[in-house]
Design a protein. Structure first.
Length: 693
């Protein structure tokens, strides 16, 4: 096998917050791939850094009364602590606020200028009056101007993929203050990305740089026909500057303007490499201007646009190597729902490590991650069962049931007949390696567990615990345990990119460190076996619950602190609901009077068996007037507890025929949905049929 030279990056963690389990999907995925490449004998380096610039850091430093440099230094130390806790290794970890990054930004900017790609124009930008700053994209939420989906970020819609400026959002809200920003004009510098249309079309649509679904998405949403004969729009100019005040690098040829964080952040990949090169006597050109070097980026699907259009355009313009492949993954959900700080499910890495082993999460993520952009779900019941059954019950079990019987005699000097089990597993190594190479870890884990399912019956049938009882079968016992431990070691070799801790313990047990993939092809014989030590802890439900409880307490404490800092009233009501669902357009009194709200009594409530969310309600408006309503409140209410309750209903809503029956109105409720739905009830004394004014 020819040795490859590979440079790997992961998206840069932002220095304004802690690492959480959602971040770790990508970081663990990257670490597994790097470890695998090193095991295969390739020269592979992982260059990384903190993303440190932008408004958020500036605002936080101002609130906390310290410098931005202090804030980012603290975050850098915390991030590296958490990475070490999850056994994530890298060759260099820098910062985008480094001298190397400032210099490289200047060089790349000059190259882009010389290509005639930069223009200046006035733009309408959102300004937070309360905070006294222009708002970066990430600090604005609002309704998508294209598909009208609410609560979208300030640069692109997560639902329809449309890109826009924050000022184009409907009903924008500043996430820094919870207030509605005002629009102000400021001069900005832009890169005319459309000039690179032909290049970007060719790069994204040919070769193996992107997953097929990503290439198709870019073609359908952004690139279209280079001549635009198909009616497609030219690529948008990329707004590359921000006016003061802003924490970042001031643009040398445009005083008072700063490079937008998305300009200097990816350049941080090169700057981190530069730092490493200077420490190790290497040349940066060997890594970033060398066709023989592969460059692999690992990112989440939310930053696809930046890494597949802007970044290749920057590299091309400045004469740097283009990415060999951009590996893009989906998001993490928790127990089927989006991670949410308010629910305590945005679990911090630090909190997890207090209660649960890192190897468990590494394996669980690996068992879920495929080569596509599908989201993965952290289901704690499945998490417990999978780790305990697969790793403890099938893999480690092979060693725990055999090692103790040969710790005095070691492994047999010749490999015994095992019915072809070792050779079959050695052949399977090529398919497992291909799965790792293609980031199809889910497939790799399945293939490895299939081997474990073949190995365990061998031990079960040979029953070394029974052979131990008969002194005349000492040789047979040694042979059986030699096979069992070799099959175990073979599995651990294949699992070592995912479970480096288990690989280290296995090397110590069998006195042969696991360092290379080809160790799976040759059995280990004649070596001593150390005393078996505990290798992997079973996951207990109580430990998961303890982590969940601590995380919820942390979230509650943060929410309380935020309310104490900026209370909205004497009751400290949070402004979050108004941020989550901004106010709709004004209506007149005549508009309001068209909606006939009435007090109604629920006289019957029942489940709709075919529907996940609906309850069927029969509402009385007094006398013999009744209406049938299907309400999406199934997760929040038991039907029998609703009977007799007074509610407010929209009584003149046009009936709608559903597959479950005719719905003749709507009950009024608040809340984001799911279990958090709260029916509105009139005060005591109200009567069915009364109008609500």
């Amino acid at each position: 096998m020819n040795q490859r030279t590979i440079l790997v990056t992961a998206a840069l963690p932002y220095a304004n917050g802690p690492i959480h389990l959602g971040h770790l999907v990508e970081y663990i995925q990257t670490d597994i791939w790097v470890r695998f490449q090193k095991m295969r004998g390739h020269r592979c380096v992982f260059m990384w850094a903190d993303d440190t610039h932008g408004t958020a850091i500036m605002i936080r430093a101002r609130i906390e009364g310290r410098s931005e440099e202090d804030v980012i230094a603290e975050a850098n130390a915390e991030h590296q602590r958490d990475f070490a806790g999850f056994q994530i290794q890298y060759d260099n970890y820098g910062s985008t606020h480094s001298d190397e990054n400032r210099q490289l930004c200047g060089e790349i900017w000059q190259a882009i200028r010389e290509k005639g790609l930069v223009k200046e124009k006035d733009v309408q930008q959102l300004f937070d009056v309360e905070q006294g700053t222009f708002l970066a994209d990430r600090f604005v939420r609002g309704t998508c101007p294209s598909c009208k989906t609410p609560d979208q970020p300030g640069d692109n819609c997560s639902k329809c993929g449309t890109t826009y400026s924050p000022a184009e959002l409907i009903d924008p809200i500043s996430t820094l203050s919870g207030t509605q920003p005002e629009t102000r004009s400021a001069k900005h510098l832009f890169i005319e990305l459309e000039q690179l249309h032909d290049f970007l079309d060719e790069w994204t649509q040919t070769g193996d740089h992107l997953q097929p679904e990503v290439a198709n998405y870019l073609k359908g949403h952004f690139l279209g026909d280079p001549n635009h004969d198909d009616g497609s729009k030219p690529l948008r100019d990329w707004d590359i500057s921000r006016p003061a005040p802003y924490f970042g690098f001031e643009i040398p040829d445009s005083p008072g303007n700063y490079w937008y964080v998305w300009f200097d952040a990816p350049i941080g990949y090169i700057a981190s490499t530069q730092q490493w090169c200077e420490k190790n006597g290497e040349s940066i050109d060997d890594w970033w201007r060398n066709d023989a070097t592969e460059i692999h980026h690992f990112i989440g699907k939310d930053i696809t646009y930046f890494h597949t259009l802007f970044w290749p355009g920057m590299l091309k313009s400045a004469g740097y190597s283009l990415p060999t492949k951009v590996h893009i993954h989906g998001f993490l959900t928790v127990n089927g729902e989006k991670m949410a700080k308010s629910k305590g499910t945005a679990f911090k890495a630090e909190t997890y490590l207090k209660h649960l082993p890192p190897s468990a999460l590494r394996y669980y993520y690996a068992s879920k991650l495929g080569s596509r952009l599908d989201d993965i779900d952290l289901n704690f019941e499945e998490f417990i069962n999978k780790v305990n059954a697969d790793l403890v019950g099938k893999v480690v079990n092979l060693a725990s049931r055999s090692a103790k019987f040969v710790q005095d005699v070691g492994l047999s000097v010749a490999y015994p007949d095992d019915g072809g089990l070792f050779q079959q597993a050695a052949v399977a190594g090529d398919e497992i390696a291909d799965a790792y190479e293609n980031c199809d870890y889910n497939k790799a884990m399945r293939l490895i567990l299939e081997l474990a399912d073949r190995a365990n019956p061998y031990v079960e049938n040979a029953a070394p615990w029974n052979l131990k009882k008969d002194p005349t079968k000492a040789r047979e016992l040694q042979d059986v345990c030699t096979v069992a431990l070799n099959l175990f070691r073979q599995l651990v070799v294949y699992l070592s990119p995912v479970l480096p801790d288990l690989a280290q313990k296995t090397g110590e047990l069998l006195n042969d460190p696991i360092i290379g993939w080809d160790q799976s092809k040759t059995p280990l014989i004649g070596t001593p076996v150390d005393k078996f030590k505990h290798m992997m802890k079973r996951i207990e439900e109580k430990d998961v619950k303890a982590m969940e409880t601590e995380s919820k307490s942390e979230a509650d404490a943060v929410l309380t602190e935020q309310q104490d800092v900026a209370p909205t009233s004497q009751y400290n009501d949070s402004g979050q609901p108004m941020i989550d669902e901004p106010m709709t357009d004004e209506c007149t009194i005549d508009d309001f009077m068209k909606v006939d709200l009435r007090v109604a009594r629920i006289v019957q409530a029942e489940h709709v068996e075919e529907a996940r969310k609906l309850l069927k309600l029969t509402l009385s408006l007094g006398g013999d007037q009744q209406k049938q309503v299907f309400a999406g409140i199934k997760a929040a209410y038991e039907p029998e507890k609703l009977v007799g309750r007074l509610v407010v209903m929209v009584a003149n809503l046009k009936p709608r025929q559903m597959k479950f029956g005719l719905s003749e109105g709507m009950v009024c409720a608040s809340g984001p949905g799911g279990e958090e739905v709260f029916l509105l009830s009139p005060d005591e004394g109200a009567l069915p049929g009364q109008r609500v004014h």
